[in-house]
Design a protein around this ligand. Structure first.
Ligand SMILES: Nc1nc2c(ncn2[C@@H]2O[C@H](COP(=O)(O)OP(=O)(O)O)[C@@H](O)[C@H]2O)c(=O)[nH]1
Ligand SMILES: [Mg+2]
Length: 415
């Protein structure tokens, strides 16, 4: 039986055990109904980290209020997603807010502006729960103002990718998140909601000879100054700066000069350069495609709360099943290994790493996608050989054993 099916079964059993406790029963029922909802993704971070901007970029519209779930249009996978903007997690954040987010969200994006000195306290808190610790598979770190990491150059998001690649293997983040992804949220949001008047101002700027305009684009102060080398009023420039940031303005002007001289053409180039598509892909691959696993994880956290708050002898069997699910769930191991292989924390040869990722469902969790046209038995054999391969480290052999389990599940038809 799948983790999701076993989790539903244990929750139903719990409803029976706790039928005389209205509080426990309604809590457990809520966990059961949550199973059928779209995945809930909370966007979390310190003040000014770009939470509201990123929610707007992902949803295509600004968030209405904090701590309220709202549905977004389906992504590439066709699945819906519920998003939530949250209050700032700073030193002064109320523990109830943090607790509320970790109980209510199936997964989180944790935003940091730059890696050095980033406060990862929230991600540690997220793992304070025994279930969460056993399955730390529901967080992505987002370098959320990626253009600033690249010093505002046109290729800023590309250099931010290098920063992310180093950061994702850093010991302080490795066990806390599935991956680290850079995104220039402001650029993505502006690109998705670019208006005609904004485009027209940008085109006016792009029409000024490069050498004349350049000094005005050197800093935000110069761009907003009264003296400016282009016929664009100061309030218009200030508005543009707020919506795009200086990096966004420079990029937009460059792109228009290179031929993106209609609104759709420009919008169509801004969004890909923001890193939004990569983020959306990471969300789909790590979270949306594994919705069942993450829902089960959330439900098990909910069950553990009931067992802890209202302990009783009749619940001993439930506690034992919870332990078994946490220790044994292949689905959790699979997710941890996908993350380890993607980030390079564990690796085989390039070819075998790609093979393992495919079999583990990193590029699609269906049987067809995992096998990619191959028969299952050769895959089982290939990975059993790796488990026995004396040239591999113990860590690599353990990883190979997880791949074998996935292949075996396909061989006996459970995937
Ligand atoms: N340069 C740059 N600025 C950003 C980006 N995202 C947000 N900002 C700016 O950072 C400030 C805070 O953003 P906001 O989304 O309100 O952050 P929140 O406090 O976490 O909700 C605003 O002035 C945004 O314009 C980005 O990707 N790049
Ligand atoms: Mg905000």
């Amino acid at each position: 039986m799948s983790l999701a099916a076993r989790t539903r079964a244990v929750l139903q059993e719990a409803v029976g055990v706790y039928q005389d406790s209205p509080r426990a029963t309604s809590w457990l029922q809520r966990q059961l109904t949550r199973f059928d909802d779209p995945l809930r993704l909370a966007v979390v971070g310190p003040s000014g980290s770009g939470r509201s901007t990123l929610v707007a970029a992902l949803a295509g519209e600004p968030p209405q209020t904090e701590m309220t779930w709202f549905r977004t249009a389906p992504g590439r996978s066709g699945d819906e997603l519920m998003l939530m903007d949250t209050p700032a997690i700073d030193g002064g954040a109320a523990p109830s807010t943090i607790e509320g987010i970790s109980m209510d969200a199936d997964a989180v994006l944790y935003l940091v502006r730059r890696p050095s000195g980033a406060d990862l306290g929230f991600l540690h808190t997220l793992q304070d729960h025994p279930v969460a610790r056993a399955a730390p598979v529901n967080a992505l770190v987002v370098l959320s103002r990626a253009d600033e990491l690249g010093g505002g150059r046109i290729d800023a998001v590309i250099s931010a990718r290098q920063v992310a690649r180093r950061y994702r293997v850093a010991p302080q983040v490795a066990g806390l998140c599935q991956d680290v992804v850079p995104v220039a949220g402001l650029l993505a949001a502006a690109g998705r909601t670019l208006t005609e008047p904004e485009f027209s101002v940008l085109r006016t700027l792009a029409a000024i000879p490069r050498a004349e305009l350049e000094p005005g684009l050197l800093s935000a102060d110069r761009f907003a100054a009264v003296e400016f080398p282009a016929p664009v009023a100061a309030p218009d420039r200030a508005a543009l700066l707020g919506r795009f940031g200086l990096f966004g303005v420079r990029l937009a002007v460059t792109l228009i000069r290179r031929g993106a001289d209609t609104l759709p053409a420009l919008a169509g180039q801004l969004v890909p350069r923001s890193g939004l598509a990569d983020l959306r892909e990471a969300i789909d691959g790590y979270f949306v495609a594994r919705r069942d696993v993450l829902k089960a994880r959330s439900a098990l956290i909910g069950l553990e709360v009931v067992l802890r708050m209202e302990p009783r002898p009749a619940a001993a069997g439930l506690a034992a099943e919870l332990e078994r699910l946490l220790a044994g769930a292949h689905e959790f191991r699979e997710l941890r290994l996908v993350s380890a292989l993607r980030t390079g924390r564990t690796s085989f040869s390039t070819e075998l790493t790609a093979d393992a990722l495919r079999l583990l469902g990193a590029a699609g969790t269906s049987r067809t996608e995992r096998l990619g046209g191959e028969q299952v038995l050769p895959a089982v054999r290939r990975w059993r050989d790796q488990v026995e391969n004396p040239e591999l480290s113990a860590r690599q052999r353990r990883a190979a054993a997880v791949v074998v389990r996935s292949c075996e599940a396909m061989a006996n038809g459970t995937i």
